[in-house]
Design a protein around this ligand. Sequence first.
Ligand code: DGL
Length: 261
Amino acid sequence: MSVIGIFDSGIGGLTVAAGLKNLVPNIKIVFFGDTINLPYGEKNNEQIIAYTKKAIDFFLEKQCKLILIACNTASVAAYPIAKKYVGKKAKLFNVVDPVVDFVEKNFPNNKIGLIGTSLTIHSAVYEQKFLDKKSKINLQSLATPEFASMIEYGFYKDQLDYKLIHQYLHHPKFEKIDTLILACTHYSLIKNYVAQCFDYQVEIVDSSQIMAEYVRQYLGIQDNTDIKPTDEFYVSKISESFEQTVKLLFEKNISVSFLSF
Ligand code: DGL
């Protein structure tokens, strides 16, 4: 049985965990959401590297042989350093590389919009990775700094500022795009509304879904045992929003534990 550590600042990573669990039900997930330090998008690289290293230590203690940075922001800020830090102790995946590969393979000549946190967008990591592939994609990126926190606290009670989301998505940069990358795992939770804002005429690339599918392929065919392992959920600050979102996404009563971080 594979034990997989999944890490995000909050509920965004839950969308990766839920997607993966759906595809491969007999894995055991150890989830950590660094809710006390959210939003990562407004932090700096050094802070996020420190949080990521601490999360890795926790997952290694929990015997995780595969660790997913299910956060675009932490993938951008910390992955290269975190990979060295983990060394051979575990396999470490980030969320950006599978998305870039998927988009380059499926939409190589498209006009593509990309939304993410301030840190993700200002790093221009996506642009660089497409450039490294000599891609012909026309990429238009826009930071949507309020989205992650708004989704974190408002999703479970459907209290989102839809007008604000709509305004961002109608930015002139996004005129005539045919594809939009949700480069923040929190945004997976507003995917339907985003599609609606573009009259369902734009292909939505959901980084959470792509990461889940990527990991399923990496794991290969699982043994078909009926074992249903008990997943574990930890946060650095217990919140109603996190607990309720776990219930919504996993459709059962799962307890969330506090992890002093
Ligand atoms: N879910 C994270 C991401 O994919 C970011 C949320 C945050 O700013 O904490 O970028």
